[in-house]
Design a protein around this ligand. Structure first.
Ligand SMILES: [Zn+2]
Length: 321
């Protein structure tokens, strides 16, 4: 089914806590946005998606639907293989939703969708080999080469967050230890600040309450304290910047990108860590000083990137040019 360039499409970000659906036009502008809590059962989730698209389609002429999913998606982008925070397992979500709605539906890994959104309309514009590092609870990663998403042999987006950077390091929910995201994420920011506080209980006025209860720390709290100049929080942010730069040097050894875009919730604090990360990256790079450096930029589309990218992918999959 061909979708004209001017048509509207719906992009949906299916996250573990909320489902956000946007009507997006061909210039990447969001015309309307709906947000509902993500239901716990697969049937209820399918119903919510159906309902969200019908609600939007009653007010706009919708040509296709794209879903950005936090999980593994099949090669043909019709089935969710595995999504740790969603009730789908080997679920043919695209085929079923398409049959219910009578519209073309495609699925995409959420980091891939976000990178497509940033490349088409945001910080990744013009990049030839672009890596997206989305730093939130963990790290989501995606790679775009000459305008095409790199999916590997099995359709699984690059899992850069689980590269081991510290042998026998911090335990990771993936089952391994010392994964990059255990040192470079919102979760890591809280953990590092907790460790620094334990070593120096009087070192922070803003975070002092957490000295007795490190679990009460969150990445968001630490980032806010770092913005206010709190010494412990600033040190934790500098630690994150160092790990980011070191990891990016490894990413550059693998893919030699010309552009790296830092997205995810933590990227809202990019001014606090990006310069330090660039410095560490430049120093840690193989052949440092004798090769071009990738530009490292903060994402521009915020948490709408996945929706906008999914809507664009739905348009591209069905467009007639
Ligand atoms: Zn891991």
């Amino acid at each position: 089914m061909a979708v004209p360039r001017k048509a509207l499409t719906v992009g949906i970000d299916v996250g573990g806590t909320s489902l956000r659906a946007a009507v997006v036009d061909g210039t990447g502008q969001v015309r309307e946005l709906l947000r509902v809590p993500t239901p716990k059962s697969a049937d209820a989730l399918d119903d919510s998606l159906d309902q969200a698209v019908r609600t939007l389609a009653a007010r706009h002429s919708i040509a296709a639907v794209g879903l950005a999913v936090a999980g593994f998606v099949s090669d043909d982008r019709s089935t969710v293989r595995f999504a740790p925070h969603l009730p789908w397992l080997d679920a043919p979500v695209g085929v079923e939703l398409s049959a219910r709605l009578g519209l073309p539906v495609i699925l995409e890994h959420d980091a891939n969708a976000a990178l497509v959104g940033e490349h088409r309309f945001g910080a990744a514009a013009g990049g030839r080999v672009v890596a997206l590092i989305a730093i939130g609870t963990g790290i989501g990663a995606a790679l775009l080469i000459d305008g095409t998403l790199y999916r590997g042999a099995h359709g699984i987006a690059p899992e850069l967050g689980h590269l081991q950077v510290v042998p026998d390091g911090r335990a990771c929910p993936c089952g391994k230890r010392g994964c990059w995201e255990r040192y470079c994420s919102g979760t890591a920011l809280a953990r590092t600040a907790g460790q620094l506080l334990a070593a120096e209980p009087g070192g922070s006025r803003t975070l002092a309450h957490a000295a007795a209860d490190p679990d009460s720390l969150t990445g968001r709290l630490v980032a806010a304290a770092a913005r206010d100049g709190d010494p412990i929080a600033v040190a934790a942010m500098r630690d994150l910047a160092g790990w980011l730069g070191l990891g990016l040097a490894g990413v550059a050894d693998m893919y030699d990108p010309d552009l790296v875009v830092i997205g995810g919730g933590v990227s809202a604090s990019a001014p606090l860590f990006l310069d330090d990360a660039r410095e560490r990256y430049a120093a840690a790079l193989t052949g440092a000083g004798h090769r071009p450096l990738a530009r490292i930029r903060a994402a521009q589309l915020g948490d709408a990137a996945g929706m906008i990218g999914a809507a664009e992918l739905a348009r591209a999959a069905h467009t007639d040019g």
